[in-house]
Design a protein around this ligand. Sequence first.
Ligand code: NAP
Length: 526
Amino acid sequence: MITGKNYIGNTLSATGNVRYQTFNPIENKANDPVFTEATAAEIDRAAVLARQAFSTFSKLSNRRRSEFLNCIADEIMSLDETLIKMYCAESGLPEGRAIGERGRTIGQLKSFAALVSQGDWVEATIDHGDPNRRPLAKPDLRKMYIPIGPIAVFGASNFPLAYSTAGGDTAAALAAGCPVIVKSHPMHAGTGELVASAVIKAAEKTGMPNGVFSNLNSRGIEVGKQLVSHEFIKGVGFTGSIKGGRALYDIAAQRKEPIPVFAEMGSINPVLMFPKALANRANELAKTYAHSITLGTGQFCTNPGLILGIKGEALQTFSNQLAHEILQIEPGCMLHPNIHHAYEQLKEIASTQRGTVVLANSKDQILANHAHQAVVFVPGEIFLNNPTLHQEVFGPFSLIVACEDVMQLTQIIDNLEGQLTGTIISDDNEIVHYKSAVDALERRVGRLIFNGVPTGVEVCPAMNHGGPYPASTDSRFTAVGIHSIRRWVRPISFQDWPDELLPDVLKENNPLGIIRTVDGRIEVKH
Ligand code: NAP
């Protein structure tokens, strides 16, 4: 049952008077539950509880934290149909997507549970001392990762489960030993409350300290701003727009104690289509890309929003074919009227820039909140000199750029902002003629794809989901996969500490049997 209240630690609370509802974009009407925005006092209470919880939660054994994460996964599963129905009602996304995203969320929680139970993730490193070293004795030094403190998590509208309440950021922070306060996304507050109830149930069942998790409702941006400004918050995980991520980054930097903000933001995901590949398989590529551009009604951060080719017949044929294929696809529903409105506006701005040619964009009447997909074409020179065309159009949109030659292609890539992904479409080893462009792409992106599509982010340890700014605020870290835990930890060294006082992972006889680096060698204890 949805209460519309905040979870301040384990307690439901609604002392404020700002109320709001979520919206069903398919039925084009508000959903029934009414949510109450968190007050300044409730935000403060959540932060105080999180700080108190941190002292015990951060010291819990790997086994206990792992149990907690697995239990969250089980409790989410037991929400069953109620969760799936609420997800669909608040997002307009189909049931299959809801089930898939729930599976991904569960998988993420379980992979962090497994990581924590193994224990190696602390990267224990030991350099034994040498009292006989001259001229100075060498101290005994032992290093490991420890959690940084309570984390504020902001999820995006387009992933109500996998990048939200108990999504990747929360799972990674809890795994590291950091309490989490979620700033619930106003567009899926009901989905958020259901998942929060599962996290709280799991916390109670597995004996976690009160305050290890809180969920704050918010209608606007004030709750998030206050949360990031709170002195007890020590890090921020954000998934959303560049505007939102940048605003929070600036607030965090201006605090008396600045804190890290790991913001995963927008991207137009350039795709380089080389001439031989286009000549060999224009039709197949057009079908594949029409599907990728419209997947989830284009509401993916990895949507291929920019296709770069060398001008000529092959690119022209592909462009016409893509326009044809994309118009065969039924327009999909967008997440919310505001997102739909922003899409139509940004599409209009991009389509009316000087020198652009609209290849596909139906004007037919469609259902409310549904989006007409669009393909626009522009010469390289014009694209290069018009930064408006470099901006993300969040929705089923892609811009094709016809470059003069490999030099202009390279120059265009060098002038792009940082991106999550870059894709190469190449046949018959033609890639060797485009080395400068490929090298430029490597400098601009977090993931390079060969002969594929950028949509679809596999969750596994080798995945990097991030990239140079503004794809993310810190390109050294991934937001997806187990290594994303590194965002929520810091290294600490123990110098000449008595063995019995060291954390187990650093004790001389390696009681947990974890993989460590000892005097420069990998130590594996069975
Ligand atoms: P959004 O409007 O930025 O919202 C994300 C969250 O940030 C919301 O909770 C929002 O609160 C909050 N927020 C926004 N501006 C804020 C500000 N100035 N101060 C404080 N809080 C603020 O993004 P969205 O529309 O939900 O998501 C779509 C965007 O996310 C797209 O650009 C997409 O590319 C990106 N995205 C990126 C990734 C990735 O991994 N890189 C994944 C998915 C989506 P309010 O709603 O209350 O304003």
